[in-house]
Unconditional design. Structure first.
Length: 329
């Protein structure tokens, strides 16, 4: 359910672009209200409450993903864009990594309603910050979305787009296959939690390294990110104990670098609604590819199939050899 709003990201973008900051603030406020309502319904209708929470959280996450590149481009200096995008990636992965065990412990001690109230409070605080600290009428470039222009930029960055979609295909595949693999190794659910934490730690580490590399070094970031993704894919092709976790960490680190540098490249070529609509299209395509990877995992026979990680490694290698050497990058 959480992935559904990302599939609908292009439609969410069309609603958001009319007044980006104001509508983002309204979305955060509505999310807080809905989560508070879910605390009342959780006891008698836990299933419906869970669906509601997943949809609302996913929708706000999708809206923030569309808005963030536009806000970074509008409100920060161009030389700081890569670091700002890396910071957003670090916060996006680092905070959940710290929050998951805390949320689990709190739900055991005080119940699920406490977690929902805390989440609602965070949404309300963000909405209040947008209302008080940010001018909702601040100038955001609002040029009309041009499909040829957006596709022209994506065509220039074809290699990176291909790698990004391949990575999400692999993530969908891993989401289905890894639990089965760990079960075959007679490991409990905690092992899958360790795998997820390893992947998130890799993304957090990758984002921090991008931050340390500084500004205007997209080519360096991309080479490092693609190299990390290549090594991660090859480790995941033949997972044997530690290689599963090593591959997850390397894949996560590379994906963080690719997202940070790739977002900067889009920001330099597009502005306003062009940027938002392109990011929304990429988000929707990535979500659809991830679903495809999960379906593919169910179709392929056996506990593990090395062909999927190997194909992803080939795509990454193609991008390393030719894609990032084009004049446009």
């Amino acid at each position: 359910m959480g992935i559904l709003p990302r599939l609908l990201a292009p439609l969410l973008d069309r609603w958001l672009r009319r007044s980006l900051v104001a509508r983002l603030m309204v979305s955060e406020t509505l999310a807080a209200i809905v989560l508070l309502a879910a605390t009342l319904a959780a006891t008698n209708y836990p299933g419906w409450a869970a669906v509601l929470v997943y949809l609302v959280a996913g929708a706000v996450n999708a809206l923030e993903g569309i808005a963030s590149p536009q806000l970074v481009a509008a409100w920060t200096k161009e030389c700081d864009w890569t670091q700002a995008n890396a910071l957003l990636a670090a916060l996006g992965m680092g905070l959940p990594l710290a929050a998951w065990p805390l949320a689990g412990a709190a739900s055991q001690l005080w119940g699920l309603n406490v977690i929902l109230i805390a989440a609602a409070s965070l949404y309300a605080a963000r909405a209040l910050w947008l209302a008080l600290a940010v001018d909702v009428h601040a100038p955001i470039p609002q040029n009309f979305y041009s499909i040829p222009e957006g596709f022209s930029v994506l065509k220039d960055l074809w290699a990176l787009g291909l790698v990004l979609l391949a990575a999400f295909l692999l993530l969908g595949y891993l989401q289905v296959k890894v639990p089965t693999l760990l079960e075959g190794w007679q490991l409990g659910p905690s092992a899958f939690g360790t795998y997820g934490a390893t992947f998130s730690s890799g993304m957090l580490t990758g984002a921090v390294l991008v931050w340390k590399l500084g500004t205007r070094r997209e080519r360096t970031v991309l080479v490092a990110a693609l190299t990390s993704m290549l090594a991660g894919s090859l480790n995941l092709a033949w997972p044997d104990g530690i290689r599963l976790y090593t591959g997850a960490a390397l894949l996560g680190a590379g994906l963080a670098g690719l997202q940070a540098a790739g977002t900067t490249l889009l920001q330099r070529r597009l502005g306003g609604n062009n940027l938002g609509a392109t990011v929304a299209a990429i988000s929707g395509a990535s979500a659809a590819t991830m679903v495809t990877g999960a379906i593919l995992a169910g179709v392929l026979i056996g506990t593990w199939n090395s062909s999927v990680p190997v194909v992803v490694a080939v795509f990454v290698l193609v991008a390393l050899i030719g894609g990032i050497r084009t004049p446009q990058i």
